[in-house]
Design a protein. Structure first.
Length: 323
């Protein structure tokens, strides 16, 4: 299960894999090769005037040639957040604008280093990135944390805040930016705060209502969409009894039991089992029943990174079952 599109376990595993295991100086020789490229100019966040005070230096484009200076050396003074993206990546287009805006808000406490993996494949290889978007926090010349997938903005804010707290005494640029009025201590969107607080206290109905109010006003708000999907899923999984899987196995014709069991399997880190269960139910059903199962399965897919191999296989299986 992702949380959404990026679970705590997946994030922890990625962070553990990167921690102390990546030699960022591996690109130094390439960066110092005769055909040097000058550092890319800061890229303004979407909707901001180029070179404006709010975004100048907050977002930079990084290549293999500039990686040493713009990421490794810069990270000795301030937190650098590397965004591995590509033009064809849908989730990247959801995540990147959020990261760019938060970087601009930080006032220099951290900088966003954007890496086009198609143009700079060695950087993605360096981090062992299996999918994109992948986001890696660099401090003191080494990876300190990471996540993959398009997380909702409130989760990203919390992630950044915890990193800044952990690195404040090690990276002088963080304190300097905060003393000058920067840092991520920006007012959070109270609508998301309300929803997050409701979710954390287990009031899923209130959290769902809060996210739906955001979407009533901003139907295209991707952070609210993905968070709402996670809330709905969590509420269903919590409601499923511990015997939901046994009930579904005992009566394959009970569609509600199949749906509840699939939710429980996904929540229990067994997404392949949940996907296979619903694909089998699609094969057995027709008409409205088949559509009900299909929609439920597609909603489960949306909790994961679309490039997840388990999701891609299940999508192929679903297509085969339907056609």
């Amino acid at each position: 299960m992702t949380h959404p599109r990026g679970s705590a376990s997946k994030t922890a595993a990625l962070s553990a894999a990167l921690s102390g295991a990546v030699d960022l100086s591996a690109l130094k020789a390439r960066a110092e090769a005769p055909q040097k490229q000058p550092p890319a100019p800061p890229r303004p966040a979407d909707g901001a005037a180029p070179g404006g005070p709010a975004t100048a230096g907050a977002v930079i484009e990084v290549t293999e040639a500039t990686f040493q200076a713009e990421v490794v050396e810069r990270s000795l003074q301030q937190l650098v957040v590397v965004d591995l993206w590509a033009e064809w990546c849908g989730p990247c287009k959801q995540l990147s604008p959020v990261l760019e805006r938060l970087a601009a808000e930080s006032g220099g406490a951290w900088v966003l280093a954007k890496v086009d993996v198609d143009a700079n494949p060695r950087i993605a290889q360096l981090f062992g990135a299996q999918s994109i978007p992948t986001v890696i926090a660099i401090g003191g010349g080494q990876p300190v944390d990471a996540f993959s997938g398009a997380l909702p903005e409130p989760e990203i804010r919390k992630w950044l805040g915890s990193l800044l707290d952990a690195l404040r005494d090690r990276l002088p640029g963080i304190k300097a930016a905060e003393e000058n009025g920067g840092g991520v201590e920006q007012p959070e969107d109270p609508r998301f705060t309300e929803a997050e607080e409701a979710f954390e206290r287990g009031d899923f109905a209130a959290a769902q209502a809060a996210y739906e109010r955001i979407l009533d006003v901003e139907p295209a708000n991707e952070e609210a969409k993905t968070a709402l999907a996670q809330v709905k899923f969590t509420a269903r999984a919590e409601a499923a009894g511990p015997d939901a899987i046994a009930k579904a196995d005992a009566d394959p014709a009970d569609l509600d039991a199949q749906l509840a069991a699939a939710d429980l399997e996904v929540a229990g880190q067994q997404p392949e089992a949940g996907f296979a269960r619903l694909v089998a139910a699609v094969r057995r059903t027709a008409g409205d029943d088949r559509n009900k199962v299909r929609e439920h399965l597609v909603a489960l897919f949306d909790l994961f990174d679309p490039t997840d191999e388990r999701v891609m296989k299940a999508r192929r299986d679903l297509a085969s079952a339907l056609y």
